[in-house]
Design a protein around this ligand. Sequence first.
Ligand SMILES: NC(=O)c1ccc[n+]([C@@H]2O[C@H](COP(=O)([O-])OP(=O)(O)OC[C@H]3O[C@@H](n4cnc5c(N)ncnc54)[C@H](O)[C@@H]3O)[C@@H](O)[C@H]2O)c1
Length: 377
Amino acid sequence: MGPIGRIGPLLPAMKVCAGVGWRVSWPIMKTIKTAFFDAKPYDRETFDAVKDGYGVELKYFAGHLNADTVHVAAGSEAICIFVNDAVTHAVADALCAQGVRLIALRCAGYNNVDLKAVYERLHVVRVPAYSPFAVAEHAAALMLALNRKTHKAYFRTRDGNFSIHGLMGFDLNGKTAGIVGTGKIGRVMSGILRGFGMRVLAFDPFPDAAFAQAGGCTYTDLPTLYREADVITLHCPLTPENVRMVNAGSIAQMKKGVMLINTGRGKLIDSLALIGGLKSGQVGAAGLDVYEEETDYFFEDFSAAGIDDDVLARLMTFPNVLITSHQAFFTREAMTNIAQTTLGNIRAFFDRGELPHEICYRCGEATCQRKASGKCF
Ligand SMILES: NC(=O)c1ccc[n+]([C@@H]2O[C@H](COP(=O)([O-])OP(=O)(O)OC[C@H]3O[C@@H](n4cnc5c(N)ncnc54)[C@H](O)[C@@H]3O)[C@@H](O)[C@H]2O)c1
C-alpha cells in the first residue's frame, strides 16, 4: 500500500518538468481540520509518517473524548477516536453544535459510539480490517504462553530459578478449539489452530459455509462448543445480544479446566463469574486482551498510582491469568493500515461523499441507504 491509502486517493494531478527533474504537483484541496483524541506517541508517529497527501490537519489531544473534553473539537469538521472514546447522546449533541460532521474511528469495533444518537446527524466511519493476523497471532500468543507458562518461566529463570515444577502444559495437538465468531480474525485464528493440529469447532450466527466446506472449521451451536472445547477463543463483536455471554451459566457448561481467550471486547465476559470459575478450577486459564472496565486503565501507566478496580486487581492475582492491555492489534503493519485507511476515510467523505467504511445502526437492514447512495443516510 502506497502512502495515499486505500480509498479516496489523491494522486498527484500531474508531473511538471521543472528543468532539472520532475516535480510533483498536488491538486488543490481543502484542508480538513480533525481533532484526534486519545493520541499516544505511537499514534502521532504513525499518522505523521503517512499523512502527506491527504489534506487532513490533525490536532492531537491526549485525553479521551467524553462530555467534559468534547469542547476541544470546536473548529474541527471531523474527529478521530479510538476504542475508549465515548460518543454518547450528549457528546453527539455537542459535536453537532460545534459543526463536526464526521466521526472517524481508527479501529474496527464501534460499540463505544451510540449509533442511534448520531444517526442522520453525524456520519461514522471505521477501519473494518487492518490486520486480522495481528489480532489472531496475539490470541495464539496468549494461548501458548498460558499453556506452557512462559510468563512465569521468564521471571523464574531471570531470578536464577531453573526449576520447572508447576510449569507443565498440554499438547494442543489433538485438542479441540472453540472459536466464537468466524469473521476476518476468527478465520485466521482457525488456520493457526489447525496448524497446531487442533480440531476446530466454531459458532457464528452467520456461518461461512464455503469456509467450513474448505475445512476451515466445523460449525456447531454454543452449548456443543462449550461442552467440547478445551480452549475457547472469542472473536465476535460486542452486541446487545451477547453482552456477558461468558457468565456463570455458560462457564458451568464448559469443560472443566477450559482455557478462555478474549481479544474481542471486555464486556463479552462477566468478570466476577470468571473469577468464580478460576477459583473453583472450572476455568483452567484465561488470556484477556480486553476487560469490561478497561476504559479507566488500559493504554495508561498506573504503575505508580496503583489501581482501584478490585475486580481487575483480583484477576491479576491468578497465576493462570494473563492480561494484556488491548494490544492485540498493535503491529507495525496494522498501525500503518489504520492510519492510511482513517485518513482515506476522512478525505473520501469531504471529497466524494461516499463512504464504503461507514457504519450505522441500520447497516444490514434494507432501510440502510449505503448500497444505493454510497452513504448510510
Ligand atoms: N483486541 C484488539 O486489539 C482487537 C482488534 C480488532 C478487533 N477486535 C475485536 O474483534 C472483533 C472481531 O473482529 P473481525 O475483524 O473478525 O470482525 P468481523 O466483522 O470480520 O467478524 C465478526 C464475526 O462475528 C460474528 N458474530 C456476530 N455476533 C456474534 C455472536 N453473538 N456470536 C458469535 N459470532 C458473532 C459475525 O457474524 C462475524 O462473522 C471486533 O468486533 C472487535 O471487537 C479486537
